[in-house]
Design a protein. Sequence first.
Length: 95
Amino acid sequence: MLGGLLAVLFLIQSQTPRGEIHVQVADPSGAAMQVAGKLTSLATGAERSFHTDAQGAAAIKDLPYGQYRLELSKKGFETHSDRKSTRLNSSHLGI
């Protein structure tokens, strides 16, 4: 299960009227992991695909305020899914 094997840190920064979501993915030992990701707007269904870099980081920018479903996947692991919002001024969320 991807969610059980990864430590994920989300930094959500909002700027009127748009925001961005920063994702940092690491295994339980703290080693960065490259994963594929998809961010889906719960309001419109619009999707954005992304990949984390060698340091396990990705930034999804210029997002309208709203609720999003974030999915992370890596071959050999179960897909991890969570809800995130760009309505927060600044927040650190760990899974």
